[in-house]
Design a protein around this ligand. Structure first.
Ligand SMILES: [Fe+2]
Length: 344
């Protein structure tokens, strides 16, 4: 069901207030062919009402002919900012960029952030933004989990379905996604609510069982049968199962890149207002699946790049897979037990 402009403006103002937007600061709203018109309209109203100097930068799409899905996270690498210094200059000169287009995993995004500009991604449909509008409590919970990861040297994930994966930690930073940008140079995604890191290069071993009902993104489907991933020295070396495994293998083979099979980010969901079941209620092109990524107690892992955390892997393939009912241990201590978050 739709939300009113009043509701979405109010949500934007909550996010912008948490992001410490001050009168006189410059906000640039980055838009593209898939930007939701209501999200843009309400962002324009909220930013002006808060006294910001507001620009809009609309850029043409790229990679559509290469991607096999319309999902904005399905094909990474070049963005409309690649080789576009004029656009980069406009964003760098802004205090805050509202990314209604999707710049994720691009070197240009890193360059802009390094100047102190904040970037907030918001591409989910308006009613999802309103339902999952972030709070200060979300930040506290995610930061607490991130601090636990930060002091740990191993994440061990198990499940009754058969997952038994060990990941060495420490090489890459921990990332907190709580839905707003309250520090200079910070990137975040509204909506979210999870903590993550990346395993040490080559430091993941074991097996991952994607169980019936677990979700594949960008496929945006619930698995109908188990998929078993054998993980050796940081890579999924075998992906076995029935039709769901065949579909995943065929999708990944199209990228023709062995780096696609690397274990990328690992972490768990902390957002109690996000739900596992929501994805089944949406057309695939209407959502990027943030409920699936953030629902409380999932173990979210990814196959693909690690350049978002400073690594050198820039493969264009990116699969996010939230698993239910896992136990996550940090240095032998449970932080999620059979899909239930154990808050400290
Ligand atoms: Fe991901």
């Amino acid at each position: 069901m739709p939300v009113s402009n009043y509701q979405l403006v109010t949500a934007w103002k909550q996010v912008l207030t948490l992001s410490k937007l001050e009168p006189g600061q410059t906000v640039t709203i980055l838009t593209g062919a898939a930007t939701h018109p209501q999200t843009l309209e309400c962002a324009l109203i909220a930013t002006q009402e808060m006294g910001a100097i507001v620009n809009r930068l609309d850029l043409p799409p790229v990679n559509g002919e290469k991607a096999h899905s319309r999902d904005s996270l399905a094909y990474l690498g070049t963005t409309p900012l690649t080789g576009n210094p004029a656009a980069i200059a406009a964003l760098t000169a802004s205090d805050l960029v509202l990314d209604l287009m999707t710049l994720l995993f691009s070197p240009e995004q890193h360059a802009i952030l390094s100047t102190g500009t904040k970037i907030l991604l918001a591409v989910e449909p308006p009613e999802v933004l309103v339902r999952l509008v972030p709070t200060e409590a979300d930040r506290t919970r995610v930061k607490t989990a991130a601090a636990r990861i930060d002091k740990s040297r191993e994440m061990h994930i198990t499940s009754a379905a058969g997952t038994d994966l060990r990941c060495k930690l420490g090489e890459f930073p921990v990332i907190s996604e709580y839905g707003f940008v309250d520090e200079p140079g910070r990137w975040d995604h509204w909506p979210s609510g999870f903590a993550l890191t990346f395993p040490d290069e080559g430091g993941s071993n074991g097996s991952i069982v994607i169980d019936k009902g677990d979700i594949l993104l960008p496929q945006k489907r619930y698995c109908s049968e188990r998929i078993v991933l054998t993980v050796e020295n940081g890579y999924a070396t075998k992906i076995e199962g029935g039709i769901d495994a065949e579909l995943l293998n065929d999708y990944m083979a199209a990228f023709n890149d062995p780096e696609s099979f690397a274990i990328s980010h690992i972490g768990w969901g902390l957002q109690s207002r996000a739900r596992w079941s929501t994805l089944g209620l949406y057309d695939r092109e209407a959502t990027i699946g943030m409920d699936a990524r953030a629902f409380e107690g999932n173990f979210l892992f990814s196959l693909g790049p690690n350049n978002e955390a400073g690594g050198s892997r820039t493969t264009t393939c990116h699969i996010d897979i939230p698993l239910r009912k896992c136990t996550v241990r940090l240095d032998g201590e449970d932080v999620v037990r059979e899909g239930k978050v154990l808050d400290q």
